[in-house]
Design a protein around this ligand. Structure first.
Ligand SMILES: *[C@@H]1O[C@H](CO)[C@@H](O)[C@H](O)[C@H]1NC(C)=O
Ligand SMILES: *[C@@H]1O[C@H](CO)[C@@H](O)[C@H](O)[C@H]1NC(C)=O
Ligand SMILES: *[C@@H]1O[C@H](CO)[C@@H](O)[C@H](O)[C@H]1NC(C)=O
Ligand SMILES: *[C@@H]1O[C@H](CO)[C@@H](O)[C@H](O)[C@H]1NC(C)=O
Ligand SMILES: *[C@@H]1O[C@H](CO)[C@@H](O)[C@H](O)[C@H]1NC(C)=O
Ligand SMILES: *[C@@H]1O[C@H](CO)[C@@H](O)[C@H](O)[C@H]1NC(C)=O
Ligand SMILES: *[C@@H]1O[C@H](CO)[C@@H](O)[C@H](O)[C@H]1NC(C)=O
Length: 539
């Protein structure tokens, strides 16, 4: 065996030295003619050959600006989504009676619709010079394309699905290319000679940020002067909506900047609530945690229910706000994925809210979200998704697993799902407490070996999560972070810690794939730099 292995290695080494020799020669060969723009911009991407092939017919004018080149790359993605929508529609039309495939195709169509919307925002913001907004939207557009592909796996039993999946796979690559160019533009501006494949903190690269800022930065939240447009209540005598969903339905579609404020009076609302994409700027104002409660129990064990669809409250519309309420999923600890709150709302502010569940409690799915002074409880991967979310002053509590909790098992606070190094997503915990519920702490104290808790594990390859200035109680396992599956993502993820305190914060026994954030780079994760909160969170 050994000699068989040796040969390919040798020829690989030979190949590498030959190609690097060729690379060294290149500048001299091209010394007279400047490298064409298309090659310059494509060197920012992870799939430069695809990039050059797709842009070949589109970027021909030698005076094309870098921004115009990025716009062309985005156009390729738009066209691809359009084709994918037709393909998935055809799958849906041919899948009557097949529940798995029908569910997968319907979810996929939703994903593609969301992707198109985000691409249009990315295009508009790019031409207005707002690269941060543009990149945030394109990060989400890529997420939805990936999810469409990923969801089809559950219905991949026909040639048509198989072909659609290969198409989506190539579309994800093309969109990644557009996003990588945005990354380079964001960091190096118009000077395309500096453009290069996206690097992450794990490569020792910290992205360019505005100023150094001071510590915690933005500390705003839900404005205190909001007044109710409509009310939801339980009292039969009062004039009010009886369900939260009916009040949401009453909100205007595609409104301007004005908030639509729904006061939800104390009571238990047993319903599934959806805030669709066109209902922007909806606000839920409850009477307090534990007083206003929205409760559901959907879970993946039920026919036609995916993790995404299991949410008790699911929000797509941008600018969503909530304060003073509890949202829970009571499916229980034995049923696997059962989401309490899922959000794709860009520029969303959640304050003084409580999220209760077990596995997958809070699905911070996509876009930019700010959580302040919230209580979040669960056990397995209970804060997860591929958004850029900041959690400030939150209480994160681990709950017991299983109906027979003595059996124990490992719990993980987070499972961030970034799939591409150019996505501007990640989870930031600032000034939070990591502890267990009283019930969990009793179990943990009796038998710490079987009730282990971790800060997170990598759901996807470029998972990114940081804890800054947090209090970590002793329940946290000294190694801190867990693997997903063998060595998956361990060399590409970024798990950072800075300024934490408490018995669980000791860094000396941490896994080798976690990092201390250098103090000069902590500012990367401020509310301002990470989610541009200074532009949209009121103080
Ligand atoms: C720019 O992006 C922001 C955040 O996604 C969005 O609210 C806004 O509508 C976008 N602007 C344009 C002109 O599309
Ligand atoms: C799936 O599609 C790929 C690429 O189009 C093709 O090579 C492969 O044979 C297909 N497999 C099945 C089982 O249809
Ligand atoms: C779909 O399933 C077929 C048969 O199991 C498999 O060969 C193919 O790789 C799958 N397609 C994708 C894109 O995963
Ligand atoms: C890049 O050049 C365009 C003009 O082509 C200009 O509008 C833009 O501000 C420049 N970007 C940066 C980051 O300097
Ligand atoms: C961390 O906490 C210290 C002390 O309270 C504060 O001065 C600093 O600004 C905080 N830093 C961050 C990044 O939150
Ligand atoms: C609430 O206060 C903000 C400033 O904090 C102001 O811009 C806004 O107009 C006020 N809204 C109402 C409804 O008074
Ligand atoms: C953590 O939880 C335990 C048990 O409920 C409690 O005694 C302890 O005070 C909590 N720690 C913090 C910092 O609140």
């Amino acid at each position: 065996m050994a000699s068989f292995l040796f040969l390919p290695l040798l020829s690989l080494a030979l190949f590498l030295s030959l190609t690097s020799a060729a690379r060294n020669l290149q500048p001299r060969m091209h010394v007279t003619a400047p490298i064409p723009l298309i090659q310059q911009v494509c060197k920012a991407t992870r799939f430069p050959d695809t990039c050059q092939a797709t842009l070949a017919g589109l970027v021909t004018d030698p005076n094309t600006t870098p921004i115009q080149a990025i716009q062309s790359a985005i156009q390729v993605s738009t066209d691809g989504v359009h084709t994918a929508q037709k393909m998935v529609k055809a799958i849906l039309d041919s899948s009557a009676g097949n529940q798995h495939r029908t569910t997968a195709a319907n979810n996929c169509l939703d994903d593609l619709g969301n992707s198109r919307y985000r691409i249009s925002l990315a295009t508009d913001n790019l031409s207005r010079g707002s690269i941060k907004n543009s990149r945030a939207s394109m990060s989400a557009a890529l997420l939805y394309q990936y999810e469409c592909w990923s969801g089809l796996k559950y219905g991949n039993d026909t040639q048509m699905v198989n072909e659609t999946m290969s198409f989506l796979d190539s579309l994800v690559g093309k969109s990644s290319n557009a996003l990588s160019m945005m990354y380079s533009y964001d960091n190096f501006g118009n000077d395309t000679k500096f453009w290069a494949q996206p690097k992450t903190e794990r490569d020792g690269f910290w992205e360019r940020v505005e100023g150094r800022g001071s510590g915690q930065g933005v500390r705003g939240g839900v404005p205190s002067n909001l007044t109710a447009d409509v009310t939801v209540c339980k009292e039969k005598t009062e004039k009010c909506y009886r369900t939260v969903q009916r009040a949401v339905n009453a909100a205007p579609d595609n409104p301007g900047e004005k908030k639509f404020v729904i006061r939800i009076k104390a009571g238990v609302y047993d319903e599934i609530v959806r805030v669709p994409l066109e209902k922007r700027n909806v606000v839920f104002l409850g009477d307090g945690i534990g007083k206003t409660v929205i409760t559901g129990s959907l879970n993946v064990g039920l026919p036609g229910i995916s993790t995404y669809n299991s949410a008790t409250v699911g929000v797509l519309g941008d600018g969503f706000m909530a304060s003073g309420l509890t949202i829970q999923n009571t499916a229980g600890p034995d049923v696997h994925q059962a989401v309490a709150f899922r959000s794709d709302s860009d520029l969303s502010v959640i304050e003084n809210c409580e999220f209760l569940g077990n596995q997958d409690t809070l699905y911070a799915h996509g876009n930019r979200q700010f959580y302040k002074s919230c209580n979040i409880q669960g056990n397995v991967d209970f804060i997860f998704g591929n958004s850029a979310a900041v959690f400030q002053d939150c209480n994160i509590l681990i709950r017991p697993r299983q109906l027979n909790p003595e059996i124990g098992g490992s719990s993980t606070v987070t499972a961030h799902g970034r799939t591409d190094p150019a996505q501007s997503t990640g989870f930031v915990f600032q000034n939070c407490l990591i502890n267990g519920t009283e019930e969990f702490m009793k179990l943990n104290q009796n038998n710490p070996e079987v009730h282990k808790s971790y800060l997170g594990r990598p759901w996807k390859e470029y998972s990114r999560t940081v804890f800054i200035n947090c209090t970590m109680e002793a329940l946290l396992s000294p190694d801190g972070w867990m693997t997903w599956s063998e060595d998956f993502a361990l060399s590409t993820l970024f798990y950072g810690e800075f300024g934490n305190s408490g018995a669980g914060s000791d860094f000396s026994k941490r896994v080798p794939f976690s990092s201390k954030i250098p103090s000069e780079h902590v500012n990367t994760y401020s509310v301002q730099n990470f989610i541009q909160g200074n532009e949209w969170i009121s103080t």
